[in-house]
Design a protein around this ligand. Structure first.
Ligand SMILES: Cc1cc2nc3c(=O)[nH]c(=O)nc-3n(C[C@H](O)[C@H](O)[C@H](O)COP(=O)(O)OP(=O)(O)OC[C@H]3O[C@@H](n4cnc5c(N)ncnc54)[C@H](O)[C@@H]3O)c2cc1C
Length: 557
């Protein structure tokens, strides 16, 4: 089996041997006890799941079909191995992790294939379509919208087409700042190849370490520095997509008026329109300066108003982010000893500073704002932002906390597995709304979540931040947690559904950057109207009449 393609743990996030621990975070355990009533001191931690306990549905791939795939990609690059099929069954959503730990694998891909190049992808697709098989493209497997799983009712052979061997930067057009990149390149691999030539893509989602360029395009991903570099929808200019019999080619253009945008149709298509093999992305020279500064605001409303004012101003920071009071409390309470926050923790200077300003420790909000570019540019941007922050009653606290945030951001995802080990859920829902609606959405989601917690009968936690600012609005990102009672997935559905419904009821979208998959498809009509769904259905059915490409995702039957 291909050993050059690295996969995450079969049962959780990230690399084997890496996990969350809180020994160096003295405030973490008391915080968790207060937030969700879980005493980490007395709770029993579940042991690591054993693959021997997992029942994997038998592969339905015929010997003849596996032989045919083997003839295309070579014996080392096609497998019906149980572990590999399980790795390709789900993404890393909470529902996925609960099901995988609970031995709930009702359907797995029957065969996993790792083509080496676009020609092999074409031959695999054509062979699969010829035998009426289903093809599910696989990037890093990091999605959290239920975008990968084959449905239990699927009776046809399911092929997981893993792009992991297509990971080269093929060419850089330095005059235009465009790089041709193979779709299976994971974040670190891509960035290393670009950095070696002095370039960066500027796309850094929290899942950067384990997600791919093709996956980013297929889910309409957004990275941390989107205020400067744009979402992947802005960054991805050209595309090559393997479809039955031929390749759909979209040349990289700065803009075009050649009818409805086929490029936009591929963006967010979650594998339903074909297999993306190559993406031409905008790249930038590595900036001379890259800083993230921390600020405090007395209240959420003051902070949001400041973010809006920044988005309307001449300032162009790379990151605008503000945590609400609860997320701020979480960040302060769970920082490492002697971290960049130490001088601001409750025991030391923070209460004094806050009371001298007449601020309430329970309402303060922590903000991170990033600056990137030439030294003079970064300095000028900061000056413009500092003036806006001051006008909105905020105060800067320097670069230390920002450095820490930047270094630790890729570690946080491991926390979810730790909470699951302890019998608790920790998950996220994110949205975007116009500036005029953001506070309404924020409050409505809190209310909906607390109602859902009351229904389940638990003390639940919810916190939020605003990030990714645009001219007309921003993304709101909610993190919620509670201790499971008797029926984890039903309880999860109660909370998650309440939050999603609050989004659409308050003029916000069902997802700003995680996609639709199966997790959010129930709200699609409310998001884009029944006519919108009709148009989308017509696109999928017209472009894939045999339903060979990842059927029942985004628009579900
Ligand atoms: C801890 C955590 C943090 C996250 N943070 C962020 C974040 O900050 N920003 C963000 O945008 N997302 C985030 N995500 C979500 C996820 O990482 C993104 O959806 C990501 O873009 C998925 O990429 P992938 O390569 O892992 O795709 P996969 O999970 O493998 O696939 C996702 C979907 O895309 C399709 N697909 C994948 N590759 C191709 C291809 N080459 N051609 C056609 N279809 C393809 C698949 O069939 C599937 O439908 C996070 C997820 C987790 C678990």
């Amino acid at each position: 089996m291909t050993d050059t393609v690295k996969h995450m743990k079969w049962w959780g996030w990230g690399n084997e041997g890496v996990g969350f621990h809180h020994e160096d975070k003295p405030g973490f355990a008391p915080f968790v006890e207060k937030a969700v009533g879980l005493d980490l001191g007395s709770a029993t931690r579940a042991s690591e799941p054993s693959f021997e306990d997992v029942d994997v549905p038998a592969s339905r791939a015929s010997e003849g079909f596996v032989r045919e795939l083997t003839a295309i990609v070579g014996g080392e690059h096609v497998t019906t191995d149980d572990m590999v099929r399980v790795i390709h069954t789900y993404g890393k959503g909470l529902r996925d992790l609960v099901r995988i730990r609970g031995n709930q694998i009702l359907r797995s891909p029957d065969v996993v294939v790792y083509p080496a190049d676009e020609a092999q992808v074409q031959r695999v697709v054509d062979a699969a379509v010829a035998v009426d098989a289903v093809i599910i493209p696989f990037g890093g497997g990091s999605n959290i919208a239920g975008s990968l799983e084959p449905l239990p009712a699927e009776t046809r052979t399911v092929v997981s087409l893993d792009l992991g061997r297509l990971r080269e930067v093929v060419d850089i057009d330095a005059d235009s700042g465009l790089a041709r990149v193979q779709a299976g390149a994971q974040g670190p691999d891509l960035e290393a190849q670009l950095n070696a030539k002095g370039w960066t893509i500027g796309h850094f989602p929290d899942s950067f370490t384990h997600s791919t360029v093709g996956g980013w395009v297929a889910t309409r991903s957004t990275g941390m520095q989107s205020d400067k570099y744009g979402d992947i929808a802005d960054i991805a200019r050209g595309l090559r997509v393997v479809r039955p019999g031929d390749v759909l080619v979209l040349r990289p253009l700065p803009s075009t008026s050649s009818g409805p945008s086929v490029r936009e149709m591929i963006l967010g298509s979650e594998g339903r329109l074909g297999v993306i093999t190559e993406v031409t992305v905008q790249v930038h020279r590595i900036p001379e300066k890259r800083n993230i500064y921390a600020y405090f605001f007395p209240t959420w409303e003051a902070g949001v108003a400041a973010m809006q004012a920044i988005s309307e101003s001449d300032a162009s920071p790379s990151i605008t982010r503000i945590s609400d009071a609860r997320e701020t409390a979480f960040t302060l309470a769970t920082s490492k000893k002697r971290s960049g926050f130490s001088k601001f923790t409750a025991e030391t200077a923070l209460p004094k500073i806050m009371s001298s300003k007449g601020w309430d420790l329970d309402t303060i909000c922590l903000s991170f704002i990033g600056y990137e570019g030439g030294v003079a540019h970064a300095k000028h941007q900061k000056k413009l932002v500092d003036a806006i922050v001051k006008k909105h009653g905020g105060m800067g606290v320097g670069e230390g906390p920002g450095l820490l945030y930047d270094q630790k951001k890729f570690d946080t995802p491991y926390l979810r597995d730790f909470l699951l080990d302890m019998g608790a859920a920790g998950d996220v829902s994110e949205t975007a709304a116009p500036w005029s609606r953001l506070n309404q959405v924020h409050d409505a989601v809190y209310e909906a979540a607390h109602k859902a917690y009351a229904e389940i009968g638990v003390t639940g936690w919810i916190m939020s931040h605003l990030s990714h600012s645009y001219h007309s609005g921003a993304c709101l990102y909610f993190t919620f947690a509670f201790v499971f009672q008797d029926d984890p997935l039903t309880e999860y559905d109660t909370v998650k559904s309440a939050i999603q419904q609050a989004f659409v009821d308050n003029h916000a979208t069902i997802s700003h950057h995680h996609g639709v998959g199966r997790e959010h498809s129930a709200w699609l009509e409310q998001d884009i109207s029944p006519e919108g769904v009709k148009v989308m259905t017509a696109l999928f059915e017209g472009a894939d009449p045999g339903a060979h490409f990842n059927p029942n995702k985004v628009v579900a039957d």
